[in-house]
Design a protein around this ligand. Sequence first.
Ligand SMILES: Cc1ncc(C[n+]2csc(CCOP(=O)(O)OP(=O)(O)O)c2C)c(N)n1
Ligand SMILES: CC(=O)[C@@H](O)[C@H](O)COP(=O)(O)O
Ligand SMILES: [Mg+2]
Length: 639
Amino acid sequence: MTSLLSRIDRPQDLHALSEDELQTVAQEVRELLIDTVGEIGGHFGANLGTCEIAVAVHSLLDSPKDKVLWDVGHQAYPHKILTGRRDRLATIRQYGGLAPFCARFESEHDIMGAGHASTSIGYAVGIKEAMLRGATEDGKVVAVIGDGSMTGGVAFEAVSQAGGLGTPMVVILNDNGMSISPNVGALSRYMNRVRLDPGLWEAREGVEEKLTRLPAGIGAAFERLGPRFKESVKAFWAPGLWWEELDWAYLGVIDGHDVRAMRRALKTAFEAERPVVIHCATVKGKGFAPAEDGGLEGMEKWHAAKPKSISQRRPAPSRPSSTPAPPQYTTVFGEALVRECERDERVIGITAAMNSGTGLSILQKAMPDRYFDVGIAEQQGVLFAAGAALQGMRPVAAIYSTFLQRAYDQIVHDVCLQNLPVTFCMDRAGLVGDDGPTHHGVFDIAYLRPLPNMTLMAPRDEAMLVHMLHTALKIDGPSALRYPRGVGVGVELPESPELIPVGTGEILRSGERVALVGYGTGVQKALGAAELLAERGLDVTVADARFCKPLDKLLLASLAESHDLLVTVEEGVLQGGFGTAVWESFAEEGAVAPRLLRVGLPDEYVTHGAPALLHEEVGFTAEAIAARVEAAVLDRLGV
Ligand SMILES: Cc1ncc(C[n+]2csc(CCOP(=O)(O)OP(=O)(O)O)c2C)c(N)n1
Ligand SMILES: CC(=O)[C@@H](O)[C@H](O)COP(=O)(O)O
Ligand SMILES: [Mg+2]
């Protein structure tokens, strides 16, 4: 029997189905996700949790005239399946395949670009208000946001604006009690209280009936209240009070896996002609036992599924014990941070809902009192660090390069201007791979370098990461270090960290005519290029800059003096990056700038896919660098 889902090529195809059939479609979406994403890898648990929501919403909307926005977009695979991309699901997150999150270039049904959390409500208010002013055809606007993303402050800014305007829109609060890890904070505790107490689910309806039965005419008086007053009185008794206080109508708690209940709530919400939130309870990983029955660990583990690539179906090739796989930079950082906390009681670790991703889970386990998770609230994470630093602490804000962008003003205004000793540890610096342009950590060199008081450094390998974290914690001011997603280069880790003299680089390989100066992962690319050039008879110098701010001007001047060509290599955008800093350093001194070739990332948003393919695409490989150096040298000779 052909599946109902095979008949859904556009969302409007859902409109003809009965509610029982719609419930079946949702389950078929779930099975497709398990069969596909369970194999190829990708965001998993969250998508299993939104199958019914996506079906219910699209069964009542006329997308893209009506708009549905998915916060972050990691849970939008069912939406993609229902909007004409079912047969391409197996390409998601792969080079040339479907985008990892909602992407406007990919589909007219993807209303907003996504990837960073907490933005959907803000977009939705703008969209709806523009419609009301006739900018485009009017339509329904629905934002689907998770309980974790609701901890992002910008979501509250949008809730407040919409409540103030009375914008007729709908928010579906998809509450599964999870962020990537279990959700945190008082808001999460409030939502858990409401979500986990079925008694409260009925409270609202029961309240009205009880109130109208009150004796001595009170019930009759309540009966005479207008609908808005009645709603407010009921809200006092039932969950959602803070939404009601901000002039949102609150519908909840609805079973987010019941298509019929979700459609009923949506219809009520659409009729209300005001801001309405539908608080629905879902399970992250619904229908997949290891997640659904695995408790908090199970749901966290299955936030993303690892690809069962062919190589994973066969037992991994046995590695001679002498060559263990290099450790993840994340793990090296997490363990080094525990050591630093042991050495110095002033050190604390702060994450913004990226407990395992940043490696702070290691600190949480070893020293829970030195660990803080602020939720998806990077701005608060930086302010919290600033406050702690004011009181003499040495906070380490472990925030991915891309997510740290959200806290830029706090870095400028509250850390650097105040010259506070906050250390930013930016994992996922460089091209991260499958998560694509919203997650590539490529701007941090450029966005941090202009800030007075800031010290910038980048380790060439995992051993240097240990030394640099130690060094950063000794700097009496702001500092930031960046390192890539994935494994190190396999060097031995130091027993104890060394202090690196701030602003000093080092020469790793001596040659002539051309000096490659690497920064961070750029050093490994430079060393690889040097090997290739040596095979072709060009013996070049390779230096590790180690610091982008302050630069080692003495080293640079000496290299410029003794070489015809300087080549800078960085895994960051060239605009305002490390190479530009080197260039500027010569200009500042009025020195004759040497011939300079900058290797880095282009002035464009790099797509998603395996990092090796992305590096090929942008020319950030040893081969491409060697070829450019050779061409530059030949050019110099006028050959
Ligand atoms: C600004 C920002 N910080 C952190 C993240 C990483 N991140 C992606 S999804 C997620 C958890 C989202 O939780 P929730 O909104 O509840 O969705 P669920 O996965 O539970 O469906 C986090 C922290 C992000 N995408 N954006
Ligand atoms: C959706 C989201 O933002 C996170 O799940 C992110 O994809 C995690 O990235 P890493 O896998 O690099 O930790
Ligand atoms: Mg959640």
